[in-house]
Design a protein around this ligand. Structure first.
Ligand code: AMP
Ligand code: ZN
Length: 462
């Protein structure tokens, strides 16, 4: 049986390659674009990482743990990380280390397996690899140096550009939204050309490195890191490349252009993109007050395992609307599974009734169907299942039933009172009082998040 997955390039559900069992060198190579480490990742980011974690687990179950190599990068040099370091007046490395550590802690709380390699874009070894690849593209005529010493990829030099995202020349004309997305500087010959190397600017502060031959000192563009690091760790052709849908264009389109022009061969055999998480029906954003981190949810008393469950409850290729209610439902589903497991005999029964769960996952990672199949067995309560096969299902989904439930932060009565008064003042459009009450809340160590039809309270971030 093979794992079948939607391929964004061919637009069909296709089996993944199966490496040769006889050849120990032949492993399945899996590259997942990782986070930009400048702030805590939000639950949308974690939807993507949890889905990729199920994929990794399924590959291991199917092929054997030693037959899968999983790489996920860390973007630790770009506009956002540099801005954060400038704003906080701290070295870039300190900022990115802090948020890398936080990312690792959150991934562990969500029971995501660590990738086999986690290369960083600003690691000297990988800076070298990125520079090498840019030089390769310049030598082959796919890249050029601009007046300021930056280097750009010449999109018109790659006939296949746009094959993944179906962007056509027409759509890359001046003024189009896609053109604006693709563009990231003005020194280029053609608007859709993208930066491989960015010449140093004063805003970059001390963050600069020697560039490709003939280019200025500066830093790599974002897209080149994945092309260079996947080549270095997994070779020129990889089996599977994944990320959230927003990465399809321009990031992955640009990765294909860079890798295929430099290497002269197919970059990835399979492309998989999972859809975004919405919160209360809308795109997450700080200004809407609907952007959650794991800590935000812990402060409300929800466990990371409930979040993992909720994030997997929708089909990965459909948008999922997250609500706090979905976390309540997830907590109670986990409780049911915990109770069910306790009824299973330790030994003596070797009856695997969970085949349909794994079949659902093998069929384009259909996690809601997998949960459906799991609860069909659980609700039968016929005691026929063996514990080892149940645990295999838990492993595939990455559900840890012994994980402690996060303690709920108690809200003191006086804080609740202040918050209620502030909410009333705001409803009455008495903004002066509302502001004064917000300050009182802050002094008591609490912050209030306003939503359209209510509010929530959280311990203020230090
Ligand atoms: P970033 O740190 O912005 O590079 O994003 C890390 C990963 O999270 C990428 O694969 C994005 O596609 C993904 N991502 C960003 N926002 C969301 C969202 N709202 N829902 C699901 N995935 C997301
Ligand atoms: Zn990438």
């Amino acid at each position: 049986m093979a794992i079948k997955l939607f391929d964004s390039l061919t637009r069909e559900v296709r089996p993944l390659r199966i490496p040769s069992a006889a050849d120990p060198q032949d492993v399945f190579s899996f590259y997942n674009c990782g986070p930009t480490v400048y702030a805590p990742a939000h639950i949308g980011n974690f939807r993507t990482f949890v889905i990729n974690d199920v994929l990794r687990r399924l590959l291991e179950l199917e092929l054997g743990a030693g037959k899968v190599r999983h790489v996920r990068n860390l973007t630790d040099v770009d506009d956002k990380t540099i801005k954060r370091s400038r704003d906080e007046n701290r070295p870039l490395g300190d900022v990115t280390r802090q948020w890398t550590d936080k990312f690792h802690a959150d991934c562990a709380a969500l029971n995501c397996l660590p990738p086999h390699d986690e290369p960083r874009a600003a690691d000297p070894k990988y800076l070298r690899e990125q520079v090498n690849m840019i030089e390769c593209l310049m030598e082959k005529g796919n890249a050029y140096r601009a007046a300021d010493g930056s280097v750009y990829f010449k999109v018109s030099s790659f006939a296949d550009y746009g094959r993944l995202s179906r962007v056509r020349e027409r759509e890359l004309q001046p003024g189009s939204a896609l053109k604006a997305l693709a563009a990231d500087a003005d020194e280029k010959e053609d608007g859709s050309d993208f930066a491989l190397w960015k010449a140093w600017k004063p805003d970059d502060g001390p963050n600069k490195w020697p560039g490709p031959k003939g280019a200025a000192e500066g830093r790599p563009g974002w897209h080149i890191e994945c092309s260079a690091m996947s080549k270095s760790l997994l070779g020129m052709t990889i089996d599977l490349h994944t990320g959230g849908v927003d990465l399809l264009f321009p990031h992955h389109e640009n990765e294909i252009a860079q890798s295929e022009c430099c290497n002269g061969t197919t970059f990835s055999r399979h492309w998989y993109h999972s859809e975004h998480l919405l919160v209360d029906g809308r795109k997450m954003s700080k200004s809407l007050g609907n952007l959650y981190t794991l800590d935000d949810l812990a402060a409300k008393g929800f466990s990371p395992m409930a979040l993992r469950y909720a994030l997997l409850s929708g089909h990965p290729r459909k948008q999922l609307n997250f609500t706090l209610d979905s976390l309540h439902a997830a907590e109670s589903a986990l409780q049911t599974l915990r109770g069910y497991r306790a009824t299973l005999p330790d030994a003596g029964v070797t009856h695997d009734v969970f085949g349909p769960v794994l079949t659902a996952l093998q069929d384009d990672l259909n996690t809601p169907a997998a949960f459906g199949a799991l609860f069909t067995v659980v609700n039968r309560k016929d005691g026929q299942a063996d514990r080892a096969s149940f645990d295999r299902v838990l492993f595939a989904l990455g559900l840890k039933l012994d994980a402690p439930v996060a303690p709920k932060t108690e809200i003191p009565a006086e804080v609740q009172l202040l918050a209620d008064r502030r909410w009333s003042a705001k409803q009455a459009k008495d903004f002066a009082s509302a502001d004064a009450l917000r300050k009182e809340l802050a002094a008591a160590g609490w912050s209030m998040l306003d939503r359209k039809d209510g509010y929530s309270l959280e311990p203020a971030k230090k």
